[in-house]
Design a protein around this ligand. Structure first.
Ligand SMILES: Nc1ccn([C@@H]2O[C@H](COP(=O)(O)OP(=O)(O)OP(=O)(O)O)[C@@H](O)[C@H]2O)c(=O)n1
Ligand SMILES: C[C@](O)(CO)[C@H](O)COP(=O)(O)O
Length: 240
């Protein structure tokens, strides 16, 4: 890695199958208003001038991405992802490690989260840089939370005041995240987000409260909700 002026990179894991959604194509390519799901996610990142380059991790058999105009954006690169989300992120980081500076940062944002607002993205970037600490957007838990046994019987009610639902983007020093993901992979530690890898290797993660609109499209009913939220964001001028 070269040691130049710190830059901000973005990685977009987009190599999933969308099996829980159950559509004919991966959910990141479903139509959502006037664009595909992934286009909304990428446009939100590309609207942020501090992000120099966006690296999208795709399935090896992905034939959709190259048909999108955004695939030809000069700030967008595509690489092949891996079997798990963490593998896709690590492979994307591996593709830029040689170009990245020692003090560069990276934020990772799910292709399946199209309702990221410009204000949330800016706040995450500013808080992480100001605190010099990696961080994640997250939502406080508003439901009562139960721990259940394997027969789906309630074992206990959990104190929800200390619980947060992690979203993306998640932003960390690029070298720290790359190293943490590789370490977790070598140790067989399964991680479902970037913060888990940082935590597992002793790092610190700040929580920055994000909007409840920043949902992850997972099941069929999420698509209509995402379209509603996108229309709200557009009306407020908080999305590209
Ligand atoms: N091997 C994988 C698996 C997931 N993802 C991406 O990680 C994000 C969040 O994952 P998830 O919502 O679980 O997407 P899928 O894995 O496609 O969904 P499912 O688990 O229902 O198949 C998505 O943008 C997905 O494309 C990825 O890049 N590589
Ligand atoms: C990264 C994430 O979106 C944070 O909530 C979530 O962990 C992704 O989980 P998935 O099972 O890969 O959708």
């Amino acid at each position: 890695m070269s040691d130049s002026t710190p830059r901000l990179w973005a990685v977009v894991p987009a190599a999933g199958k969308g099996s829980r959604f159950g559509a004919d194509c991966p959910k990141q390519y479903l139509d959502l208003g006037n664009a595909a799901v992934i286009e909304h996610s990428l446009h939100a990142l590309l609207a942020e001038p501090r992000i120099a380059t966006v690296v999208v991790a795709l399935r090896g058999d992905d034939s959709h991405f190259q048909q999108l105009a955004v695939s030809r954006n000069s700030r967008v690169r595509a690489v092949q992802g891996g079997a798990e989300r963490a593998d896709s992120v690590e492979l994307a980081l591996a593709s830029i490690a040689q170009d990245a500076g020692e003090r560069d940062w990276v934020l990772v944002h799910d292709a399946a989260r199209p309702c990221l607002s410009g204000s949330d993205l800016s706040r995450l970037i500013e808080e992480c840089l100001a605190r010099d600490c990696g961080g994640i957007l997250a939502q406080p838990m508003v439901d009562t939370v139960k721990r259940a046994n394997d027969r789906q019987q309630v074992v206990e009610t959990v104190d929800r005041t200390v619980l947060w639902r992690a979203q993306t983007p998640q932003m960390f020093p690029l070298a720290d995240l790359f190293s943490a993901l590789a370490d977790c992979r070598k140790r067989g530690v399964l991680v479902t987000d970037e913060a888990s890898a940082i935590e597992a290797t002793g790092g610190h993660v700040a929580i920055i409260q994000g909007s409840h609109r920043n949902i992850k499209i997972t099941h069929r009913e999420d698509l209509a909700l995402a379209e509603f939220f996108l229309n709200e964001l557009r009306a407020e001028g908080d999305s590209p």
